[in-house]
Write a protein that binds this ligand. Structure first.
Ligand code: KG4
Ligand code: ZN
Length: 333
């Protein structure tokens, strides 16, 4: 089946076409307006989706070298995400499916991050997924296509949220994750020891204490020395914070495969673009003889290729939806 995938859960309006031969197009319209506010403003995101969705879909279909009539099903992210933003993609997808008389497939955005690994590779089931994004941090056992069990999740902030919020404290622009990644490559990860929460407890995560600790650390520097301190040590602070965030992720992943023996692990979500996390996970996989899959950078952060490929897998399982498909804001529905 040739599937049109649509993604509008947060601040990227994206459309892609995936078919039996693989990915045929992948178009993303990013919303830069949120940089002004240091975070995503939901109403502005919805309005921007509304403005760009037609052009984005149109471009995806033409770059795939096909016409609207060649699309055989529409897959759309229907949650978790911002309600107004999701509604734009979902309403568009329903209208498209109705107009063309083709099936609709609702895709869970977090599941789609995992299946981004299937765009270029074919991970073997069962596998463990470390799914790390701006809104979620999860360890997921995937036993078969679309059969997922969440083994651990964050109790407060997500890993990407920690990067973004601590970056903001350090004066970095939004989203701070990629900037911290770049700066941390020039710094000393052992410059300061930031807390690594819940290290000896299960598979859940907690990052809000790290954020507070970073804030207190900076407040501990006298006002008239803070600017100079940041000038001298911004790279070291970024590296130390990245170290604290990624150590917990990798140790919990190790604990997970000790409890649920699998021979394959996958990384997913925006934070899987992080160079320190990728390096540490590669080391873990090598030491324990595990097969590791990490998506290409462009499939780590939000995109529609991951929605289209998940739609393709769901279509293969006969998992279609009808016009009663609803959006949901939170993974817990
Ligand atoms: O998956 P994603 O695009 O959106 C959500 O579903 O949330 O993830 C976005 C998150 C942001 O918090 C961003 O700062 C983070 O991923 N991120 C990174 C990197 N690239 C994106 N964090 C650390 N290092 C990176 N290279
Ligand atoms: Zn995402």
């Amino acid at each position: 089946m040739t599937i049109l995938g649509i993604e509008s859960s947060c601040d990227e309006t994206a459309a892609a076409v995936y078919g039996p031969g693989g990915l045929r197009s992948n178009v993303i319209a990013s919303q830069s307006i949120h940089e002004l506010y240091g975070g995503v403003v939901p109403e502005l995101a919805s309005r921007a989706h509304q403005r760009t969705i037609w052009a984005t879909v149109d471009q995806a279909i033409s770059e795939a070298g096909c016409t609207i009539g060649d699309i055989e099903a529409v897959a759309v992210a229907n949650g978790p995400g911002l309600m107004g933003a999701l509604l734009v993609g979902l309403c568009f997808a329903k209208g498209f499916a109705l107009r063309q008389g083709i099936p609709l497939i609702g895709v869970n955005h977090m599941d789609a991050h995992i299946y981004a690994n299937f765009i270029d590779e074919t991970p073997r089931y069962p596998f463990l997924g470390l799914v790390v994004s701006g809104g979620h941090t999860q360890i997921v056992l995937v036993e078969a296509p679309m059969q997922h069990t969440i083994l651990g999740r964050t109790r407060d902030d997500a890993a990407g949220e920690a990067f973004d919020k601590i970056g903001k404290i350090l004066g970095l622009p939004y989203p701070a994750g990629p900037v911290m990644d770049r700066l941390s490559q020039l710094g000393d990860p052992h410059f300061h020891r930031f807390p690594q929460a819940l290290m000896n407890e299960g598979l859940d995560f907690s990052y809000s204490g790290l954020k507070t600790s970073a804030l207190y650390h900076l407040q501990g520097i006298p006002d008239d020395e803070r600017e100079e301190y940041l000038n001298d040590h911004l790279n070291d602070l970024c590296a130390s914070i990245s170290h604290a965030i990624t150590e917990v992720l990798v140790k919990k992943l190790k604990r997970a495969f000790n409890q649920y023996p699998v021979d394959t692990i996958v990384l997913a979500g925006g934070v899987s673009a992080n160079s320190m996390l990728r390096r540490k996970t590669e080391g873990l996989a090598r030491r324990h003889d595990l097969k590791l899959h990490i998506p290409k950078i462009e499939y780590c952060t939000d995109n529609a290729a991951m929605i289209a490929v998940t739609g393709y897998i769901k279509a293969g399982l006969g998992q279609f939806d009808d016009m009663s498909l609803k959006p949901f804001a939170s993974q817990n529905r």
